[in-house]
Write a protein that binds this ligand. Structure first.
Ligand code: C5P
Length: 244
C-alpha cells in the first residue's frame, strides 16, 4: 500500500482547546492527506467555522460529536451537520435503530435540497474504546462479552442503514464477519509500541489494526502529545504501510 493511500486511512484527532492550537498541529502535518477528526472539545469552542476552514484547506473531516438523543432531534442534528459538508459523522448505536435511521433521514433531506453537498458516511459508536469488560457489565449493565455487545450494535447499525461503526480494532474481524466487508470500521484505541495508554482500554498498534482489516484508524495523543508530531505521524504511516 502506498503512503498516500495509507494517509487517507489515518484520522488525526484534533483534541485541542482552541482553533489556534489545532492550527499549529495542522501546519506541522502539512502535505499529509490524512482525515482530520473534530471532536467535542474543539467543536464546542471553534464551531462550524473551523470545520469549514478544514474543508477549504482540502481535508476530509470526521465530525465526532456522537449524537444520542430522541430521533427527531438527531434527525435535525444530522441535517445541520450534512449541510456543513463533513465527510463523516457519528451517533451512538445505544440510541436504537429508529434514532440511527433518523440520522440517515436528516442527512438525506439535506442532500436532496442541495446537490453540491457531499454525502457523509454515517457511523455509530458501539462501545467506547475506554470501556472494559467490568465497566460494560457492572456499570453500564450490559451482560456478556464486549465483542458480543459490539457485534449486536453493529448489526443494528447495518439494519438502520448506516455505513459502519466505531469500535476497537480488537473487534474488527467479528464485525466484518457479521456485517460484511463493505461495512466500515473506524478504530480508535491505537497505541504505537511504547506510547502511553492513557484512558484507553481496548488497544492495538497501528500495524495490528491494519492487519485486522480496519478501514480507518483514529490517533490522537500519540501524535498530538508527541514532541515531534510530524515524525510521530510519519512513523505511524510507515508502520501502517509496511503491515499491508
Ligand atoms: O488520544 P487518543 O488516541 O486516545 O484519541 C482517540 C480519539 O478517538 C479521541 O478523540 C476520542 O474521543 C475518540 N474516540 C474513542 N473511542 C471511541 C470513539 C471515539 O477514543 N469509541
Amino acid at each position: 500500500m502506498k503512503v498516500q493511500h495509507t494517509a487517507e486511512k489515518l484520522m488525526v484527532a484534533l483534541d485541542y482547546p482552541s482553533a489556534e492550537d489545532a492550527r499549529l498541529l495542522i501546519n506541522r502535518l502539512q502535505g499529509i492527506p490524512c482525515y482530520m477528526k473534530v471532536g467535542m472539545q474543539l467543536y464546542y469552542t471553534a464551531g462550524p467555522d473551523f470545520v469549514r476552514e478544514l474543508k477549504a484547506k482540502g481535508y476530509k473531516v470526521f465530525l465526532d460529536l456522537k449524537m444520542h438523543d430522541i430521533p427527531n432531534t438527531v434527525k435535525g442534528g444530522a441535517n445541520s451537520i450534512t449541510r456543513l459538508g463533513v465527510d463523516m459523522f457519528n451517533v451512538h448505536a445505544a440510541g436504537g435503530v429508529s434514532m440511527m435511521a433518523a440520522a440517515r433521514e436528516g442527512a438525506d433531506e439535506a442532500l436532496a435540497k442541495d446537490a453540491s453537498l457531499t454525502s457523509p458516511l454515517i457511523i455509530a459508536v458501539t462501545q467506547l474504546t475506554s470501556t472494559d469488560q467490568s465497566t460494560l457489565n457492572e456499570e453500564i449493565g450490559i451482560p456478556g462479552t464486549i465483542e458480543e455487545a459490539v457485534v449486536r450494535y453493529a448489526k443494528r447499525t447495518l439494519q438502520a442503514g448506516l455505513d459502519g461503526v466505531v469500535a476497537s480494532p480488537l473487534e474488527v474481524e467479528a464485525i466484518k464477519m457479521a456485517c460484511g466487508p463493505d461495512f466500515r470500521t473506524v478504530t480508535p484505541g491505537i497505541r504505537p509500541t511504547g506510547s502511553a495508554v492513557g484512558d484507553q482500554s481496548r488497544i492495538m498498534t497501528p500495524a495490528e489494526a491494519i492487519r485486522c482489516g480496519t478501514d480507518f484508524i483514529v490517533v490522537g495523543r500519540p501524535i498530538t502529545a508527541s514532541p515531534d508530531p510530524r515524525r510521530a505521524a510519519e512513523q505511524i504511516l510507515e508502520e501502517m504501510t509496511t503491515s499491508c
